[in-house]
Design a protein around this ligand. Structure first.
Ligand code: PLP
Length: 470
């Protein structure tokens, strides 16, 4: 029995009251969880083995993990369960629908019989499942393998990574580019490197993306927040930060919830006046916004490079797999390679993902046809909804089309009815958007045909009438 005791030391004995011992197994029963566990003895002489729930007791128990959970974990689970119930009670619980097909304009969604017409992906150019992009991904997999099992600076840099960095620098008209696992990481890893002292200052739009906010939190520097797109307020904050060593104005190029655009010409003018640098997050602009998809600078007819530092994603228009990057001066990118924590301490991007992105950048360098297509679809959709009397906010030429319904419950009902009609759209409510500003965010893709958009418009019209919105 002493051997058995030694074998049981890693198990939570206080909850297991009785043991039944045979030559090769020990069965422990817990009255608290009305469940049984058996220790299969791989080496009976040393009493070593693995605990597992007895199959026939699974029906009665919550889970093995719950049964062996510490008191601290049980208390935490209980608290989280109550908080989740509160979120559900307020109608704010975000359910995940399960797609059983590739990402595309037509998707199969679990629980819905027919294909659904997808109007809620960031698949702006329709390239997430484009045959050429998929083929490039497969070729990358064959030639360079599944992954690097390493961070970039140890042994995780392949020629493929350098190729993509070079192409992105060319595409954006910048000196250098550094890849990250995501744009969230690019934003999280930038500010603490560039503004590392209390003598520096970051001045940020109040509605910037969560990843920018988190990145700024990490910087040990002075922080200012200006009212959304309010240039008077930005100037006030620049005056307050006048004596800072390095000051950076930080903004999304396009704001993802409202589909509106940062006033770059004015921001650049103020930056020059007060000796500040400029940063934009171009996740919702790169590849499709502006005449050739170069983004918000191009939209304003500003020369590429007018903004000092640009972060963006590969996870939306540029193939939609994953990955992010910073493109800027050689010195900034080199310093990020030395100091940026998500770059230094996280795995290199997988080769198939990099190959897909290279293909997309090549396609964009060759032709702007997809950019034109997403722009004409946007105009068709926005004009159609406006004629019906819907309140659609955002920039008239941006494919993010927020249809304002204001009330959270009405919004989720509207979205459900759209889904029943085979149109996949999602309602956004607090805390993702401010209270009383709930909306359905429709996103147009270059892969939508005119007929697809007409179908979505007619669903909006009939549900809008049914729910007295128009
Ligand atoms: N910045 C903005 C404005 C975004 O919308 C997103 C994604 O939702 C990100 C950053 C993060 O990008 P990624 O998905 O590459 O981490």
């Amino acid at each position: 029995m002493s051997r058995l005791n030694r074998g049981l030391t890693n198990f939570s004995l206080e909850r297991l009251c009785s043991f039944k011992v045979t030559t090769h197994t020990v069965t422990a029963s817990s009255p608290r969880y009305s469940s049984q566990y058996s220790l299969k003895l791989s080496d009976p002489s040393k009493c070593q083995g693995t605990w597992a729930p007895k199959r026939d007791s699974l029906k009665n128990m919550r889970t093995y993990a719950t049964a062996v959970a510490s008191k601290g974990l049980q208390d935490l689970n209980e608290r989280l369960k109550n908080e989740l119930n509160t979120i559900k009670g307020a109608g704010l619980f975000k359910k995940e629908r399960i797609i059983t097909s590739p990402q595309s304009v037509h998707v199969r969604v679990e629980g819905y019989g027919a294909d659904m017409l997808n109007f809620c992906a960031n698949n702006y150019l329709g390239l997430s499942n484009h045959p050429e992009v998929v083929k490039a991904g497969k070729a990358g997999l064959d030639q360079f393998g599944a992954g690097l099992s390493s961070v970039r600076f140890i042994c995780g840099t392949q020629s493929l990574h350098k190729d993509l960095e070079k192409k992105l620098s060319e595409f954006h008209g910048r000196e250098d580019t550094i890849l990250y696992a995501s744009c969230f990481d690019a934003n999280a890893g930038l500010f603490e490197v560039l503004c590392s002292s209390p003598d520096d200052a970051i001045i940020s739009d109040e509605l910037n993306h969560a990843s920018i906010i988190d990145g700024i939190r990490l910087a040990k520097t002075k922080k200012f927040r200006y009212a959304h797109r309010d240039m008077k307020d930005l100037e006030e904050k620049l005056k307050e930060a006048e004596n800072a060593r390095t000051k950076i104005i930080v903004t999304d190029g396009v704001f993802s919830m409202d589909g509106n655009v940062a006033p770059l010409p004015e921001i650049i003018e103020l930056a020059r006046k007060y000796g500040a640098l400029t940063f934009i997050d171009e996740c919702h602009a790169t590849g499709f916004f502006g005449k050739t998809g170069r983004g918000t600078e191009e939209y304003f007819d500003l020369p590429l490079g007018s903004i000092d530092i640009l972060n963006s994603t590969l996870g939306k228009a540029l193939g939609g797999a994953s990955g992010g990057y910073t493109t800027a001066s050689k010195e900034i990118c080199e310093m990020l390679r030395q100091r940026s924590r998500p770059y230094l301490f996280s795995n290199a991007l997988p080769p198939p993902v990099v190959s897909c992105a290279i293909k997309v950048v090549d396609m964009l360098m060759e032709s702007s046809d997809l950019v034109k297509k997403v722009q004409s679809g946007t105009t068709q959709f926005r004009n159609g909804l406006k004629k019906m009397g819907f309140d659609v906010i955002g920039d008239p030429s941006h494919p993010i089309c927020p249809v304002m319904l204001k009330d959270a419950k009405l919004t989720s009902k509207f979205a459900e009815k759209m889904q029943e009609r085979g149109i996949y759209v999602v309602g956004f409510s607090y805390p993702v958007v401010p209270k009383e500003k709930a909306r359905i965010r429709v996103q147009i893709s270059a892969a939508h045909t005119k007929d697809d958009i007409t179908r979505a418009l007619s669903a909006f019209e009939s549900i809008g009438k049914e729910l007295n919105v128009i």
